[in-house]
Design a protein around this ligand. Structure first.
Ligand code: AMP
Ligand code: MG
Length: 337
């Protein structure tokens, strides 16, 4: 018997077969950051009230990140930056400043594959329209003229854009950062065995109770509700980026939400990228970055980074197949291609 703990958009975690009695975790789910968030705590010997308060505090930490980084909320700090930073330096919360600094680090590392200034391009690709259409070449060229991470100026918690019209989008990093903040709250409160999952960006920590039993299942990219494969993980973070998250199909071509900042079009090559790393922010950024870099360069980056592993699923001769990083060889089990 396997006990299902959680179903997320991209990743599923199960506790493996066990003859021990069922573990009854504390769990709360909310809809925030445009996705489903679940916090699960397995410290079954702690008082219920105490654990519930810890979970509530973790949700508050997530809400704080959302208030800084959500482009869907007009009163967020990032929305203020997007309105004003084309004209003047805008002072921001030091946590938002750090998220932007981290984004810039990965932009440098990936030679601009990860680039938070993609916002004008994201707006062109109209995923929410029931009758989607392709942006014109002129629109793409026009939007591309506002895309370049090197044109973000950062100094002492202040941010300015070199050109009015630039905007930033933290959709490739904010969920990971929020998972880390929530985990940190749980740890500070003495929780030892838990999982935080924000729409497929997750972190886990294990005690003796769950050690060796947590399987992270990677979603099947083409079949809703099915899972492609799994690896086990006691402690650490995982994120998946996939071309099935937000997309439309026109003339049999799939146009999705992960944009190659060099072309202005959705990145090609990968179908999904799953990254395992020391923290959720890193896993989140790298899943998006590797997706843009493509199979070869993406896997090269994963293998060169200490403590980072990954699985790339892609299509070959119209069939799904995968490649895993050196540390996952023999440890990623494909169940359903
Ligand atoms: P994820 O699902 O973590 O891969 O993040 C995808 C989101 O990141 C998109 O919905 C955009 O908000 C943003 N994004 C898309 N392309 C890029 C890119 N090349 N660099 C940085 N962020 C991106
Ligand atoms: Mg990501």
């Amino acid at each position: 018997m396997r006990r299902i703990l959680l179903i997320s958009i991209c990743l599923l975690v199960l506790l493996a077969c066990t003859s021990q009695p069922k573990i009854e975790p504390f769990e709360k789910t909310k809809f925030m950051m445009g996705t489903i968030i679940t916090i699960t705590v397995y410290d079954v010997n702690k008082p219920r009230d105490y654990v519930e308060q810890a979970i509530d505090a973790a949700f508050e930490a997530i809400a704080r990140v959302n208030h800084l980084a959500s482009v869907y909320n007009d009163s967020s700090e990032i929305s203020l930056v997007n309105r004003e930073a084309g004209n003047r330096y805008v002072e921001v919360d030091s946590n938002l400043f750090k998220i932007i600094q981290q984004s810039q680090r990965f932009a440098e590392l990936s030679d601009g594959a990860f680039d938070i200034t993609v916002s004008p391009l994201i707006k062109l690709w109209d995923y929410h329209n029931p009758n989607p259409r392709l942006p014109s070449q002129e629109d793409i060229q026009q939007a591309l003229s506002f895309v370049n991470y090197k044109d973000i100026l950062l100094e002492n918690n202040r941010i300015k854009f070199k050109r009015p019209g630039m905007k930033i989008d933290l959709g490739g990093i904010a969920k990971g950062e929020a998972v880390d903040r929530a985990m940190s709250v749980l740890k500070k409160r003495g929780i030892t065995d838990a999982m935080v999952n924000i729409g497929g960006n997750l972190s886990a920590m294990s005690s003796k109770l769950t050690e060796g039993k947590r399987k992270v299942w990677v979603r099947h990219p083409r079949q809703e509700g099915r899972y492609y494969g799994y690896f086990t993980m006691d402690n650490g973070s995982v994120a998946t980026s996939g071309d099935y998250e937000r997309f439309f199909i026109l003339d049999s071509v799939r146009y999705h939400h992960i944009i190659d900042p060099k072309t202005g079009y959705p990145a090609t090559g990968c179908v999904s990228t799953t990254i395992r790393a020391q923290n959720a922010m890193l896993a989140d950024v790298l899943s998006t970055t590797v997706f843009v870099l493509g199979i070869e360069k993406g896997m090269q980056l994963i293998n060169q980074l200490e403590g980072v592993e990954g699985v790339i699923i892609f299509e070959e001769n119209k069939r799904l197949t995968d490649i895993v990083s050196t540390g996952l060889v023999g440890k990623f089990f494909v169940e359903d291609k």
